[in-house]
Write a protein that binds this ligand. Structure first.
Ligand SMILES: [Zn+2]
Ligand SMILES: [Zn+2]
Length: 179
């Protein structure tokens, strides 16, 4: 998503709000199991502060992912926000990040009159994705013995009712009681 800042760069203290969409792919979001992903809805606020352009953005998308426990595909909503400071840089520096002498201030260069905010959208949404997406917080997963999806129905395998956290304790109790 390219944002024209030709007016804003001429207006110290100026502010603009833009909306748009950014097409995403599963590769973009570095989540291999991602099935489909909708274009991100993006809203940004740009401010000209002392010649730098500060972009505050928020983005949201929906993707279909397999649950990390039971494998069932489900729609996942992802929202993210970020802030990036931009400065106009010399030719060939667009997208380069530079750190100031204080070691903390960071800015990203743009060239000409356009800022490409797509990399920020992709990065912010990637970071907001859960490492292990769950179809529901209490997903019961699959039976390790027969593979039954335990959210749908239970099976009669030995292990089904034993929470792994309790298994060791039960084993201990069995031994100490000599049962
Ligand atoms: Zn699940
Ligand atoms: Zn089973």
């Amino acid at each position: 998503m390219l944002v024209d800042v030709s007016e804003l760069t001429k207006t110290p203290g100026g502010e603009e709000v833009r909306k748009g969409t950014v097409a995403l792919s599963a590769d973009d979001l570095a989540l291999a199991e991602l099935r489909t992903v909708e274009p991100a809805e993006v809203r940004i606020r740009l401010r000209n502060v002392g010649g730098t352009i500060i972009v505050e953005g928020s983005a949201s998308t929906r993707a279909v992912v397999p649950c990390a426990r039971c494998g069932t595909e489900f729609p996942l909503s992802v929202e993210a926000s970020w802030e990036t400071t931009y400065r106009r840089g010399p030719e060939g520096t667009a997208g380069t990040v530079e750190t100031g002498e204080d070691g903390q201030t960071e800015w990203t260069f743009f060239e000409g009159n356009e800022i490409d905010i797509t990399p920020d959208v992709v990065q912010a949404l990637s970071l907001a994705l859960p490492m292990k997406p769950l179809c529901r917080p209490d997903c019961r997963g699959l039976c390790p013995v027969c593979g039954q999806n335990l959210n749908e129905r239970s099976c009669s395998c030995e292990t089904q009712t034993v929470d792994p956290r309790w298994a060791a304790l039960q084993e201990f109790a069995r031994k100490t009681k000599g049962v």
